[in-house]
Design a protein around this ligand. Structure first.
Ligand code: DAH
Length: 354
């Protein structure tokens, strides 16, 4: 019996070394391992072996089976790798007909602006957060103080999914509740202020034209701590926007209504082109409307688990919503918002790929 196994082993090795494709390998496996294969035959013969030798012979057969299984697996991996290499070598690795002059590709202008802002906020101690595009009605509206049938919903008509009250978020404020909940414990237990920005793609059911699109990007920010006031908001916005534009900017606040802030503001910066005297790019007003913001409404802080009814002003904070798409238009002089989404590489690949 032992001799027979040795012979079979030699036969297996010889056959294996000559195999160059997976089909032949599978045939060899069947020859040895299938129901009618050599191993099964050996097992049948084991019945005829005298009782006192059965254990030893049985073990030898098992070891043999294990050995050829391992050799088989190893060969199989080798063959697959070889086939892949052949495929890769023969394949065209990129589509040469794409109309771009830079074969390494380039970043989308919104990505460039987003990354630049993220760097600035990170240097000011902010956490950068990501959030989903599909959200619930609660997250997008109710959690930010916009109850059902509130007229503010009219300006944010969006795309609704047929399941579980879900929709495509119409503003990045939809992440406020989740961020408050995520960092609330650290604020209350360790006194770590909440400082977070969350960029994201937003959607609205818009009549599309050169300055409105149904898909656009915003970057929302929030800061919450004890004793945060409007002075903190103004100082912070001025510092942050001076960084963004690379020079000192002058800001002013006008009243603005957003249900999730009280008081709410429209923040303008003095026109960087004319210094405030009036020119075509600021509509001759001397100011550019840049970023809505305000002090976070007590209801939003309560729904986010930050304050309780007993002390609705224990913690206070401010929030702002930067229009990333608008900033990219201003920064790169893009006149038509549709350029960002229409996939025309000859336009989009012109921006520097830092
Ligand atoms: N979510 C608002 C919008 O898309 C923008 C906004 C306004 C965000 C005021 C804020 C804010 O955080 O304080 O129209």
């Amino acid at each position: 019996m032992k001799e027979r196994i040795e012979k079979l082993g030699a036969q297996f090795n010889e056959a294996l070394s000559g195999i160059t494709d997976t089909e032949a390998l599978e045939n060899l496996r069947l020859q040895f391992m299938s129901k009618k294969g050599y191993i099964s035959e050996l097992m049948k013969e084991l019945g005829k072996v005298p009782n006192e030798q059965k254990k030893e012979v049985g073990q030898t057969i098992n070891t043999f089976k294990q050995e050829i299984t391992e050799l088989f697996e190893k060969k199989k991996d080798e063959l697959i790798r070889l086939q892949e290499e052949i495929l890769i070598q023969g394949a065209e690795s990129y589509d040469e007909s794409l109309p771009t002059e830079d074969p390494t590709g380039s970043y989308h202008p919104i990505t460039l602006v987003q990354r630049e802002l993220e760097d600035i906020f990170e240097s000011m101690g902010f956490d950068i957060e990501d959030y989903t595009e599909v959200v619930t009605d609660f997250e997008c509206f109710e959690a930010v103080n916009i109850p059902p049938f509130h007229p503010a919903r009219d300006m944010q008509d969006t795309y609704y999914l047929s399941t579980a009250n879900q929709l495509l978020k119409s503003h990045t404020s939809a992440a406020q509740n989740a961020i408050l909940r995520k960092y609330g414990d650290a604020l209350k237990k360790d006194g770590r202020p909440i400082r977070a920005v969350f960029p994201g793609r937003c959607f609205r059911n818009e009549a599309v034209d050169a300055s409105h699109d149904n898909t656009f990007f915003q970057m929302e920010g929030m800061m919450v701590d004890k004793d945060i006031s409007i002075s903190n908001l103004i100082y912070f916005m001025k510092t942050m926007l001076s960084e963004v534009f690379g020079r000192e900017v002058t800001v002013r606040l006008r009243p603005g209504f957003f249900p999730f802030v009280e008081p709410g503001f429209e923040l303008d910066i003095k026109c960087l082109n004319c210094g405030g005297t009036g020119c075509p790019s600021c509509g001759n007003s001397g100011w550019l409307e840049l970023c809505p913001c305000g002090m976070i409404h007590p209801n939003v802080l309560k729904l986010g688990g930050i304050n309780t009814d007993e002390d609705p002003f224990e913690y206070t904070g401010f929030a702002f919503g930067l229009g990333l798409t608008r900033l990219a238009m201003m920064k790169y002089g893009v006149k038509d918002i549709r350029t960002f989404n229409d996939g025309d590489l000859s336009a989009l690949s012109q921006f520097t790929s830092r």
